[in-house]
Design a protein around this ligand. Structure first.
Ligand SMILES: C[S@@+](CC[C@H](N)C(=O)[O-])C[C@H]1O[C@@H](n2cnc3c(N)ncnc32)[C@H](O)[C@@H]1O
Length: 280
């Protein structure tokens, strides 16, 4: 038995042999609770598309979909809505099929197609909207590759289609640090473990902590590039888009209020999350 396996067993049972919380949790469920809000995401893209295009979007492609929870929310909204959910990892798609598509009404489920593909190679009928959320597209770490992906998205949209992406930044984004967020049954830890200012590459992990002291380390690991908004909007423009940055407003305590509006000027904050809305 390797040290790692023995260590894991010890971690799976406490001194009394009771299975630890960490050994019993489902990391995808925790991920969805900690970093996704499908309702708010769909509210934003649906409303923004309607305002921009004076019509309702129907066909959505969710790139880097993971558990496809956002695509599921989309088909729940209107009976005419359809979605393609694309991910390179068959495991996370299977989890999404069982847990998220499984929770839908059969007629809703019939309007989603899960595609186990690389987003750079996927081919579907032209769609109204493509979404690339939670910075997943930062897995593409150099300009030619990122621009080629943006061109692929541009070609996959209908004539008045819109591409929605998010981005984060601020002077703490490149700092080596851990940030913890308490949830009712667990603590979410965002770990910025490495940053190379020469090429902008960063290594980030998600860990979970539990009340019994057990931990789920490296539940998710991301080797990304910390792209800046000007770099991203330049590449989107090179790919044929008209990108606009949507900045989050603040409440009376100076905290983000979840309302994103078009802007050409952001705040020099420690940390921010913004949307980029790229019109074809
Ligand atoms: C950070 S998760 C994002 C999940 C979800 N979009 C969200 O908003 O939270 C990134 C996902 O992208 C997938 N992925 C990474 N590279 C990919 C590629 N080239 N093509 C398709 N999926 C990819 C991974 O398997 C993973 O499920």
């Amino acid at each position: 038995m390797t040290a790692t396996k023995k260590h894991r067993q010890r971690k799976q049972r406490d001194g009394r042999g009771t299975p630890t919380l960490a050994s019993r949790v489902d990391k995808y469920k925790l991920y969805e609770q900690a970093v996704q809000c499908a309702e708010a995401e769909i509210d934003f893209v649906d409303q923004t598309f309607r305002t921009m295009r004076k019509r309702e979007a129907r066909l959505l492609r969710e790139d880097f979909c993971g558990t496809a929870t956002i695509s599921c929310e989309w088909v729940r909204r209107r009976a005419v809505n359809r979605a393609f959910a694309v991910d390179i990892d068959p495991g996370v798609l299977q989890w999404g099929r069982e847990h998220n598509l499984g929770a839908l009404h059969p007629r809703q489920r019939a309007r989603i197609q899960l595609l186990n593909r690389d987003v750079r190679e996927v081919n579907t009928r032209p769609v109204d909207m493509v979404l690339a959320m939670n910075f997943s597209y930062w897995t593409f770490r150099d300009r030619p590759v990122m621009t080629a992906y943006f061109r692929k998205v541009h070609a996959g949209l209908v004539r008045d289609g819109v591409f929605f992406l998010d981005a984060y930044g601020g002077y703490e984004a490149s700092r080596i640090m851990k940030e913890s967020t308490e949830h009712r049954k667990f603590t979410y830890v965002w770990d910025q473990a490495k940053y190379n200012p020469v090429n902008g590459h960063c290594l980030c992990m998600i860990h979970f902590r539990f009340k019994d002291g057990s931990r789920l380390n490296d539940a998710f690991i991301y080797e990304w590039r910390l792209w800046t908004l000007p770099e991203l909007t330049e590449m989107l423009t090179d790919a044929g888009f008209r990108p606009t940055v949507y900045w989050e407003g603040t409440d009376e305590h100076g905290e983000g209020n979840g309302v994103f509006t078009p802007t050409t000027e952001g705040e020099a904050d420690a940390g921010w999350i913004a949307y980029i809305v790229a019109e074809k």
